[in-house]
Design a protein around this ligand. Structure first.
Ligand code: NAD
Ligand code: IPM
Ligand code: MN
Length: 355
């Protein structure tokens, strides 16, 4: 039987606090479902590493983690000590690009018993996937700063959309929509104002839609789409967006389900040429780091997505079920969800519920 090798990278801030809870739950689920896993721990992709070595990762980072079956990642960023664009382009964004993880898959689900900040919403009303383009778009290194520190100073950063890049994320999103009962896809656009790249995106959506006749689809400009996430979250099933739009929608969606602290994600290379990265949607949360109060569910749920990606569906499902049972009890929830459990108590509760 195969033994999976997982690279474990806690990163910064609350990444280091939620990772042990993620591992605790994965160990239990693995044991109960006869999954054999080996965890290899790495300290890079963190401010601590940067402070010692002057760079976020060793030169041979790809050799160190590129052969693993998956990467389990906490969060990175310590803006008081290092500018975010330096730490992020030196670590997470490198993973996404160099491992060609062009899909960022982020579920949004209102869990039983968890109060939504939106009035009168119950589980089932909010249950969709954000499919975010993860390797190009607005996150581009094309551009620069000219005439620095003069009156003529100017900066540009160009959005890059390639036909291959746009088509492959749309294909993934349409396939996901086709596999779901509602078979409904929504595309995020802004082709009224962003007059070259966004009309191109729309054009490719229309072309892709023709090859998925069973999928109903629509599109909204990103401004009204954010409004509709709040007013009509029940309208959505699969929502596909460019890198920046997908980023914004994947914090807004989970906020509508009570907290961003439960939201998971997979940075996926569907062809499996490289390992995929599984990480919570949230960041290192310097404002609460060190207090032991961070919600570990986003980290734990990301572990469930990782098991599912590896083909261990039962083990993955047992974790999601355990999360639902834990969140249903207010006393087992962390502070962001109105509870008083600390990070460890919440993680232990999930681990105990796994069957
Ligand atoms: P953040 O997600 O770290 O925090 C936003 C707010 O949500 C904060 O008030 C925080 O306390 C709260 N929060 C986040 N996760 C929580 C959890 N699990 N439980 C309870 N509360 C939680 O976003 P930010 O403040 O914009 O960024 C902080 C740092 O993290 C920056 O360096 C940023 O670049 C980085 N970041 C990294 C990632 C990543 O590694 N994938 C993602 C987002 C932000
Ligand atoms: C995320 C984060 C990252 C992103 C940042 C930290 C670069 O917000 O994973 O959503 O924008 O992709
Ligand atoms: Mn984000």
């Amino acid at each position: 039987k195969k033994q999976y090798r997982i690279a474990v990278i806690p990163g910064d801030g609350i990444g280091k606090e939620v990772m042990p809870e993620g591992l605790r739950v994965l160990e239990v689920a693995a044991k109960k479902h006869g999954v054999s896993v080996q965890f290899d721990h790495f300290d890079f992709s963190s401010y601590d590493y940067y402070e010692k070595h002057g760079q976020m990762m060793p030169d041979d980072w790809k050799e160190k983690i590129g052969k693993h079956d998956a990467i389990y990642f906490g969060a990175v960023g310590w803006p008081a000590k290092i500018p975010d664009h330096v730490s992020l382009w030196g670590s997470l964004i490198k993973f996404r690009r160099e491992f060609d993880q062009y899909v960022n898959l982020r579920p949004v689900r209102l869990m039983p018993g968890v109060p939504s900040p939106l009035a009168n919403r119950k589980p089932g009303d909010i249950d969709f996937w954000v499919v975010r383009e993860n390797t190009e778009g607005e996150y581009s290194s094309v551009g620069g700063r000219m005439f620095p520190d003069t009156d003529r100073e100017f900066v540009t950063q160009q959005t890059v959309m390639t036909r291959i890049g746009v088509d492959r994320i749309l294909k993934f999103a349409f396939e996901l929509a086709q596999s779901r009962p509602k078979k409904h896809l929504t595309s995020a656009t802004k082709s009224n104002g962003i007059s070259i790249t966004m009309p191109y995106w729309d054009e490719r959506v229309e072309a892709m839609a023709k090859t998925f006749p069973g999928v109903k689809w629509d599109k909204y400009h990103i401004d009204i789409l954010t409004a509709n996430f709040v007013l009509h979250p029940d309208w959505f099933d699969v929502v596909v967006g460019s890198n920046l739009f997908g980023d914004i929608l994947s914090d807004l969606g989970p906020a509508c389900t009570g907290t961003i602290g439960i939201a998971p994600s997979g940075n996926i290379n569907p062809e499996r040429n490289f390992p995929s990265v599984f990480e919570p949607v949230h960041g290192s949360a310097p404002d609460i780091a060190g207090q032991g109060i961070a919600n570990p569910i986003g980290m734990i749920w990301s572990g469930a997505m990782m098991f599912e990606h590896l083909g261990e569906k039962e083990a993955g499902k047992s974790i999601v079920d355990a999360i639902e049972r834990t969140l249903a009890e207010r006393t087992l929830r962390t502070k962001d969800l109105g509870g008083n459990a600390d990070t460890t108590a919440c993680g232990k509760a999930v681990a105990e519920m796994v069957d």
